[in-house]
Write a new protein. Structure first.
Ligand SMILES: Cc1cc2nc3c(=O)[nH]c(=O)nc-3n(C[C@H](O)[C@H](O)[C@H](O)COP(=O)(O)O)c2cc1C
Length: 209
């Protein structure tokens, strides 16, 4: 497999073929790969919401500048940060490490205190920005995996986050939406798939010291 060929094949899909759905296996693979993304401390301070319901998606579309990907993609994979990130999340994480790696919780006390200290010391806005960064890393991993698997994606920030939170009932779940990956299969008529990539030359992008 030539990874650069796959990455050139990927493009931000504007027109999905609404008649084509990903199989459950394909969707699960994307979610498993996303779950394997690295995050600061390993804390994964976000949740992932998979939206498939057509009625919900019609409402969401109106809050996303009517972008057709919202209704025509196979699913929307929405990344949302936990607005109540607290010591409880750290405790859950510590318990998960303890169980997974068969390590006593007490021996993780230093790590636990370091994480709790870091979270506490950050003003809310900075904390949420830090959480969002972790979600974007996972988004990147999702999109690369999709490209390798021949699945189309469109990363999307062009939506009213407050409105999405309301429509999806995320506020009650103490979540706040950040970014979406629309996933599915491209339409043969999407003209964007034929356009050459516009990117900096490597010597413009990279400073070698
Ligand atoms: C964080 C992020 C948000 C984006 N939001 C949108 C969006 O709301 N709608 C859209 O059509 N494309 C969106 N894009 C796609 C970009 O416009 C696209 O990735 C860029 O123009 C490069 O083109 P390519 O991905 O096809 O190579 C977004 C991309 C990123 C990374």
């Amino acid at each position: 497999m030539d990874i650069l060929e796959k990455l050139n094949w990927r493009y931000a899909t504007k027109e999905f073929d609404a008649s084509k759905k990903l199989s459950e296996t394909q969707l699960n693979l994307l979610l498993e790969a996303t779950n394997l993304a690295p995050s600061s401390f390993g804390l994964q301070p976000f949740s992932i919401v998979v939206v498939e319901d057509n009625k919900l998606r019609e409402k969401l579309k109106a809050a996303a500048w009517n972008q057709p990907q919202i209704t025509d993609a196979s699913q929307l994979i929405l990344f949302a940060i936990n607005t109540d990130l607290s010591e409880k999340h750290v405790d859950d994480f510590i318990a998960r490490i303890s169980t997974t790696r068969n390590i006593p919780v007490e021996s993780l006390a230093e790590y636990e205190n370091m994480m709790k200290g870091s979270i506490k010391q950050l003003p809310k806005e900075e904390l949420q920005t830090w959480q969002a960064k972790q979600a974007y890393i996972a988004l990147g991993q999702l999109m690369v995996t999709a490209a390798v698997e021949g699945i189309d994606t469109c990363p999307m920030e062009g939506f009213d986050k407050k409105e999405f939170d309301k429509i999806l009932g995320l506020e009650d779940k103490k979540l706040s939406s950040v970014v979406i990956a629309a996933v599915g299969i491209r339409s043969a008529t999407d003209k964007y798939q034929a356009l050459p990539k516009v990117r900096k030359a490597l010597d413009e992008l990279i400073i070698k010291l």
